[in-house]
Write a protein that binds this ligand. Structure first.
Ligand code: NBG
Length: 841
């Protein structure tokens, strides 16, 4: 590639002069500002201007813009002083930021031109960026979509999180299956963050409670580390409002280094606190339903809560002095704190502590303020993911907080005793402390429910299950506390920017691009679903995306796939309840049947490419076995000359936000096949549907609502419903389950060793027997298999009718308006946070 000087673009072009211009919005000015950063904010030799250098300089030029807007937003919020929301989350799956920032600022054209002047294509530069993967899966990506919507809706809201040095691990696939290597997004640096040396708070661990002569209590001693803020500006779409994701990093102070010991040669001892502080933000907790690294994880959670609340309170104070009098009782009318799952539960006792011990409030006053401020979102009913912390660990790390939690519990239990005799025998399950002598724990979800003004689930079915089961007795105490807020996704990242082809077609047919911020307008496509012209444009966008995806797959796996085959995708964390095992068993059955067919019979089948991707938690053995099985099946199927024209199986490695942006636009069928009642919502289902991809799925999570919106004839439904699941499990226990012959045949085929010598016994055993740990098919793969295979047969039939399929695809997009995170966030703002838009003029 050549730049404006006609030279290869590895050195700075001389004809464009460096000129700082934070407000640049036309190509030449932007190019000048990029060169300015390459020269004067250097991170590399000035002689080099390769794609990587171009990325950093481009990002820095955009950052100028963002900082300006972000300052304006900050000043404006400060002036208007509206009630603000603080979203506390241990996870954010931000992905890349460049394309999104350029797109939200509406600068695609100028930036593409500017880079061309410098010898580069914008896409090529965007490709250089690493994903910020500070999350595990749906919960973290939801938080990131929410930030985009908060900014776009001009809401006075902030995100708070941790600045993990290594985000979610990188997955590589070897002969052994999945291997994990540390992720390196901060290896060089992130151009998007602004370190705030003026925002630092002390955070204590361990120590003891000191009782003062007046009876007040104070937490003293222990380790004190410093929380330093890094702000990541989050631009809204088509608005000046640019909010902040504040990520905390843990540090020790210079004076915490023991020089004396250091000089004695005791280097590690001398820097103990430094190294303990450093551990806190080293890695994202591997998460997803495990119990590892307990102490460190608890430290991380408290670190987030304490730093964020001190920050929130100090902002409240700032105004207080400015106005002379701001009452603590006004705090809840200025501050809303949303806890993303139970991970930030410690915000509750920490707010109580700060109010009582540092600001002198009495218990009743502090409790009134706290319980009117915090709200809790539940994201799962899986028992192993409902956090329970050991009481002894909590006493050790957070002695004052345990006192407060005990007091909250004591008062709650007393109120029940006084007012609800009928619940007497429920107290042991309703209370916050589980004092079972074998294993005394604090039940974080109970603490959240008792202390929050509002509790919500993330899809209608999930919220109904919460009310009917997990939290049923609480509902009888506080009938109005519980709400539903069906999840959503940002249409900017998940359609406008990841599929510009399809977006342009939508804009053309709707004669407006307003759908980007008003997604319900997509229903306007329904009237054209049969229109041949639209269908052919739709098909050409799809095929372009499929070709792009095919190139990607070949590049990362070496497998060449046919863009005219049906692209069938399942991507999400690997978990038994998500039933990737059912998917691959279905593929195995299909493969066996194809093998048995005569060549002319095979020609009548619908060629398919099945893609499966997702990370398995490092110690979740069955999940890793599933990854291995998919890879082994792929190796055999893809190299089978009789069959590989009709079936390909690809394991897509290292699934992350960026990979999703490639896969989803190129998908035609996607699988959301969890055991009913177990997937709280799912959010990729929404992304696929929005991109005109049809869903094969169970009546679980948000699938239920997607099917309602897109129309049941455009959804391939199968499987047991949530209310049937307990009975089916019972029947299985009673030995009443009769497996479908297809299911037995598929399992037998694996056992016969066709897919290699790896021992799949333990994995298949989980499907056998009727009871026992890791046995008895808890996830009902066997029960649902026949209806799943029947639904798959319907998919093949439907795909043969090209026009029919295109119509369904258009209707799927047309029915996806409800799943914009703008809708979700507008509901949170109105129904939980009570905040209003505060647009920067
Ligand atoms: C996940 C659920 C998903 C849901 C996301 C976002 C956790 C604890 N829960 O179904 O499994 O879509 O949260 O709400 O990660």
């Amino acid at each position: 590639m050549a730049n404006a000087n006609g030279k290869a673009a590895t050195s700075l072009p001389e004809k464009i002069s460096a000129k700082a211009n934070p407000e640049a919005n036309e190509a030449t000015e932007i190019a000048g500002n990029i060169i300015y950063h390459a020269k004067y904010s250097p991170h590399f030799s000035p002689l080099k201007f390769g794609p990587e250098q171009a990325l950093y300089a481009t990002a820095e030029s955009l950052r100028d813009r963002l900082i300006q807007l972000w300052n304006e937003t900050y000043v404006h919020f400060n002036k208007v002083d509206p009630k603000q929301t603080y979203y506390l989350s241990m996870e954010y799956l931000q992905g890349r930021a460049l394309t999104n920032a350029i797109g939200n600022l509406n600068l695609q054209g100028p930036y593409a031109d500017a880079l061309r002047k410098l010898g580069y294509e914008l896409e090529e530069i965007a490709e250089q960026e690493k994903d910020a993967a500070l999350g595990n899966g749906g919960l973290g990506r939801l938080a990131s979509c929410f930030l985009d919507s908060m900014a776009t809706l001009n809401l006075p809201a902030w995100g708070y999180g941790l600045r993990y040095r290594h985000g979610l691990f990188k997955q590589i696939i070897t002969k052994k299956g999945q291997e994990e290597i540390p992720e390196d997004w901060l290896e060089k640096f992130s151009p998007w963050e602004i370190v705030r040396h003026d925002v630092v708070f002390p955070v204590r661990f361990f120590g003891k409670v000191q009782i003062n002569p007046d009876g007040s209590r104070k937490w003293v001693g222990g380790d004190v580390v410093q929380a330093l803020a890094y702000d990541v500006p989050i631009p809204g779409y088509n608005t000046k409002n640019t909010i902040s994701l504040r990520l905390w990093e843990a540090k020790a102070r210079a004076e915490d280094l023991d020089l004396f010991q250091f000089n004695e040669g005791e280097y590690e001892l001398a820097a103990q606190l430094h190294s303990r502080a450093q551990q806190i933000c080293t890695v994202l907790y591997p998460g997803d339903a495990t119990e590892n690294g307990k102490l460190l994880r608890l430290k991380q959670q408290f670190f987030l809560c304490s730093a964020s609340l001190q920050d929130i309170i100090s902002r409240f104070h700032e105004r207080s002095t400015a106005e002379g009098s701001r009452k603590w009782s006004d705090f809840p009318s200025k501050v809303a704190v949303q806890m993303n799952d139970t991970h930030p539960t410690l915000a509750i006792p920490e707010l109580m502590r700060l109010l009582m011990d540092d600001n002198g409030l009495g218990w009743d006053e502090a409790w009134d303020v706290t319980s009117r401020t915090v709200a809790y979102t539940n994201h799962t009913v899986l028992p192993e993911a409902l956090e329970k912390w050991s009481q002894s660990l909590m006493w050790k790390l957070l002695p004052r907080h345990m006192e407060i939690i005990e007091e909250i519990d004591k008062r709650f239990v007393q109120t029940i005793r006084d007012t609800r005799v009928d619940l007497e025998d429920k107290i042991s399950s309703l209370s916050i402390l589980d004092n079972n002598p074998q294993k005394p724990v604090v039940r974080m979800a109970n603490l959240c429910v008792v202390s929050s003004h509002t509790v919500n689930g993330v899809a209608q079915l999930h919220s109904d299950i919460l009310k009917a089961e997990l939290f049923a007795d609480y509902v009888s105490i506080w009938p109005n506390k519980f709400q539903n807020k069906t999840n959503g996704i940002t249409p900017r990242r998940w359609l406008r920017f990841c599929s510009p082809e399809l977006s342009d077609i939508i804009t053309k047919w709707l004669k407006t691009d307003k759908w980007i911020t008003d997604l319900d307008l997509l229903t306007g496509l329904r009237q054209f679903a049969d229109n041949e012209e639209l269908q052919s444009e739709w098909a050409s966008a799809k095929i372009a995306n499929k070709k792009r995806l095919a190139q990607y797959i070949e590049r990362v796996t070496g497998v060449s796939i046919d863009p005219t085959s049906l692209f069938d995708i399942q991507v999400k964390r690997i978990h038994e309840y998500k039933r990737q095992l059912m998917n691959i068993l279905g593929v195995i059955y299909r493969f066996k049947k194809l093998k048995e067919m005569k060549p002319e019979e095979r020609k009548k089948t619908v060629p398919r490419t099945v893609m499966i991707g997702g990370k398995a938690f490092a110690t979740y053995t069955n999940a890793k076995r599933i990854v291995k099985l998919v890879n082994d099946v792929g190796d055999v199927v893809n190299s089978d000359p009789e069959v590989n024209e009709y079936l390909k199986v690809v394991f897509v490695p290292n699934y992350n936000v960026t990979v999703a942006e490639m896969l989803i636009p190129g998908s035609e069928l996607s699988q959301h096949i969890s055991t009913a009642g177990m997937e709280a919502s799912g959010t990729s289902n929404m992304k696929f549907a929005l991109n005109g991809c049809l869903i094969i799925g169970t009546l679980d999570g948000a699938n239920v609502e997607i099917r309602e919106e897109v129309g049941e004839e455009n959804f391939f439904l199968f499987g047991a419903t949530a209310d049937q699941v307990p009975r089916l499990r019972k029947e299985r226990e009673d030995g009443l389950f009769k497996p479908d012959p297809r299911f037995e045949e598929a399992k037998q085929f694996v056992k016969s060793g066709v897919f290699g010598s790896y021992d799949y016994g333990p994995l298949l055993d989980s499907l056998e027997g009727n009871t026992g740990f890791g046995r008895g098919d808890y996830f009902l793969v066997g029960y649902d298999f026949p209806s799943y295979m029947d639904a798959q047969a319907k998919v093949d039939e439907a795909y043969k009718d090209r026009k029919g399929w295109l119509k369904m695809s258009i209707l799927s997009t047309a029915g996806s308006g409800k799943f914009s995170s703008d809708r979700t966030i507008a509901q949170y703002a109105k129904e939980i946070w009570n905040i209003e838009a505060c647009p920067v003029p």
